[in-house]
Structures are given as structure tokens and as C-alpha cells.
Design a protein around this ligand. Structure first.
Ligand code: CU
Length: 361
């Protein structure tokens, strides 16, 4: 509930700031389109001595499940998908606990600083809240429901530090950067909450992988981004990857990830640009296993993670160029998956929203 209020408040603040600042926005060489859509990270470099601080808020809604690209309902999962822990004490043969919905909010604070024109350093930390609703079926067979429950986990996520190097840079014309970054495992992988078992017990257990705020691993995060700005139209693209360096303390690693995205933006005036973006990503299954994560639920199975997705996103960037708005940027981007081929059963995404504020000094 408080998350919803926060999201609504953030929207209103963003909207009000927009309206209030619009008259102050005018030409001084700043272009809204000189930053990528807000959902794209590490897209630009800064000039020597510049500092930029940023805050992003990301919200994600998931609902329903898929196996591959086919929707699958909870009754079918509960009666047909084998439980990898079957045969162990108290473990039913099929997945008698099925996640139905998930919400995640992420707050991301970032700083960029350019000690020279040739390199921009960046750091980003995050705080994440997540909740997942489940339905628990009675132990044994059939589709008799025992009850429902929700698990929650809040905490700091992993921290990214890196360097962005511009290979080509012509202000308000084009920029090509390469980024080398490392994700430091500052986020917890041992959050716990109460669950409802098919036998009707309510133990406190370590939550499955998607609920943990951190990855537990050191990751490499390389990317390269190209942006070209015309008079009114700009385009850009980014290739990126997340490569896990070994396993974490709980003996697993989330899947490696590769992603490609491309966008086109239209700038009706210098202070505003509207973008449409396609984003494709492929993530591997979890390797290894946390021995304390177990249960007749898909999220506890390392094989039921990762997959291929394509999202369509719509964004707006606003750049303040005058008065109190000068140097401030506000941006929003909303995304909808158009392809989801998941290593399932796995919950599918419904939509995502990213709001951002950036200020350069
Ligand atoms: Cu920046």
C-alpha cells in the first residue's frame, strides 16, 4: 500500500515539476535527446570536471505463469509439474505452491564524475522491495486449495561501479561509449519469510531466488552504446551483458545475461524528447543451488529461471535549460513485454515503469 502511495506521489511530483518548469525550458544547447531513454544505463559520458547525480525509481508487475511462451494456469502447475524435491520428507510429487503475482520496487541512486574528458566514473546503489503472492494446494493430488500467502523481502541490492570511455564524441551529434563495470554483492541473499505449506504449516524459511535483493556474486557488466542526434530525430542502441564471476556463498550463481536494445526518439523542442524502444534480453538458468532453499514451488528450482524476452517501451525525456530547471532532467519510461519465452513454469511480467531524475553540475 505504501509502495503504491509512493509511486503515485512520485508521479505527481514529476508531473508538477514538469508543468512548473516547462516555461523555463528554452534553448541553451541542452537537448533532451542527448541522454538515452531512462531505462538505459551507462549511455553517456561527461566532460572533464562534471558531476551528475541521479535517482531512478523502477516498478515491475508480474502476474500469471508461462512454460516457454505458453500461459499455464495454477491448477495445471499444481497437478502436472514435478517437484524436484519429491521423495524427500514431506515433499509432494508436484509443485503444490504456485506464485500468482509479484510486485517489485527499486530505488536506484547514482553518481557520475568525469576526472577527464576521456573517462567518466560511475557508481550506483539500490534498495529493493518485493512481494510475491502464492496459492497453496492441499498435500497430495487434485486442485483443492489450502490457502494463500504473500512473502515480502526488502533490502539493499548490489552496487555497480564502473568507467565509461567515449570513443567518439561530438556534442549534440553523436557519441559512442564503452563501459566496463563491476557489480559488487552488497545485497542480501538470505532473506526469510513465512510460507504456507500444503500440510498447513507456516514455517519461516529462506526465500527462493527471485525474492532475494542481491545476487551474491561479483559480476562483470560490460556494455557499449551508440547515440546519433539529428535535428528532430535521434537514434541509439546498446549491447550489454552481465557475467557472473563464480558462485556465491550459498553455492549458486544467477544466470548470465545478454541484452540488446535500440530506440528512436523525436524531439519536438530541445527540452523534450519522446522515445520508442525495443529491448531484447536472454538470461540463463541458475547454476548451482542454495541447499537451504527448497519446497514444492517453481521458484525454488534453479532450472525454472531465465529465458528470452523482448520488450516494447515508450519514454519521455525532459531537460531543463534555464532558471531553476537548468541542469535538471526528468524522465519516464513504461515498458510492455511482447515476447516472453521463459524457462518455466515461471511468472511472466505484465509491465514496468522507470522514473528518473538527473542533475549535472
Ligand atoms: Cu551522466
Amino acid at each position: 500500500m505504501t509502495d503504491k502511495i509512493f509511486a503515485r506521489a512520485a508521479c505527481m511530483v514529476a508531473g508538477a515539476t514538469l508543468v512548473a518548469s516547462a516555461p523555463a525550458l528554452a534553448h541553451d544547447g541542452t537537448h533532451a535527446a542527448s541522454h538515452a531513454p531512462i531505462g538505459v544505463m551507462a549511455d553517456h559520458s561527461h566532460a572533464k570536471g562534471e558531476v551528475m547525480v541521479s535517482y531512478r525509481f523502477m516498478h515491475m508487475e508480474m502476474g500469471g505463469n508461462r512454460i516457454g511462451s505458453e500461459s499455464v494456469d495454477a491448477d495445471t502447475i499444481a497437478t502436472t509439474v514435478p517437484n524436484m524435491f519429491a521423495g524427500m520428507e514431506g515433499q509432494p510429487p508436484t509443485l503444490r505452491v504456485v506464485p500468482t503475482d509479484m510486485r517489485m520496487d527499486m530505488h536506484m541512486a547514482g553518481i557520475m564524475w568525469a576526472p577527464s574528458d576521456r573517462v567518466t566514473l560511475m557508481a550506483m546503489g539500490s534498495y529493493r522491495t518485493a512481494s510475491m503472492d502464492h496459492v497453496t494446494y492441499m498435500g497430495g493430488m487434485g486442485t483443492m486449495v489450502r490457502g494463500e500467502f504473500t512473502t515480502k523481502a526488502d533490502g539493499f541490492g548490489d552496487t555497480t561501479v564502473g568507467a565509461i570511455v567515449p570513443l567518439v564524441k561530438e556534442k549534440n551529434r553523436r557519441e559512442w561509449v564503452v563501459t566496463g563495470a563491476v557489480s559488487i554483492p552488497t545485497g542480501s541473499i538470505s532473506e526469510e519469510d513465512d510460507i504456507l505449506t500444503p500440510m498447513g504449516m507456516m514455517p519461516t524459511v529462506r526465500l527462493p531466488y527471485p525474492m532475494q535483493p542481491g545476487s551474491g556474486t561479483w559480476d562483470l557488466k560490460p556494455s557499449t552504446t551508440y547515440r546519433w542526434q539529428g535535428e528532430k530525430v535521434s537514434i541509439g542502441g546498446q549491447l550489454s551483458a552481465v557475467v557472473r564471476l563464480g558462485e556465491n556463498d550459498a553455492d549458486y550463481a544467477l544466470g548470465d545475461r545478454v541484452a540488446a536494445t535500440a530506440w528512436v526518439a523525436y524531439e519536438p523542442a530541445n527540452w523534450i524528447s519522446l522515445s520508442t524502444r525495443l529491448a531484447a534480453a536472454s538470461q540463463g538458468r541458475i547454476e548451482g543451488r542454495d541447499a537451504t532453499v527448497m519446497g514444492p514451488v517453481q521458484t525454488a528450482n534453479p532450472d525454472f529461471h531465465g529465458g528470452d524476452t523482448v520488450d516494447l517501451l515508450f519514454g519521455v525525456n525532459l531537460a531543463g535549460t534555464k532558471g531553476a530547471a537548468r541542469g535538471h532532467r526528468l524522465a519516464a519510461e513504461v515498458g510492455f513485454p511482447i515476447v516472453q519465452d521463459l524457462n518455466g513454469p515461471q511468472m511472466e511480467r505484465d509491465w514496468t515503469l522507470t522514473l528518473g531524475w538527473q542533475k549535472s553540475f
